[in-house]
Design a protein around this ligand. Structure first.
Ligand SMILES: [Zn+2]
Length: 70
């Protein structure tokens, strides 16, 4: 995927990803369709397969842009 210029300052953006912690292990953030339903053991998965999020970061101002592509 090519790098789009930062929508805030037009500088170069670098591809990366955002980590979260789940059951003491690092995991990737993912997008899920619908609204979250909370149960006894945390948030339940929405309908459909979650899509991992790739995040682009501006090298100059730090702005983050997320993409959830199949
Ligand atoms: Zn920027």
């Amino acid at each position: 995927m090519r790098s789009n210029p930062c929508p805030k300052c037009q500088s170069t953006m670098t591809e990366g990803f955002v980590l979260t912690e789940r059951h003491g292990m690092l995991a990737l953030l993912s997008w899920s369709r619908g609204t979250p339903r909370k149960g006894w053991f945390g948030v339940r998965q929405g309908s459909g397969k979650p899509i991992e999020i790739s995040t682009w970061r501006c090298q100059r101002c730090g702005f983050l842009e997320n993409y959830a592509r199949d």
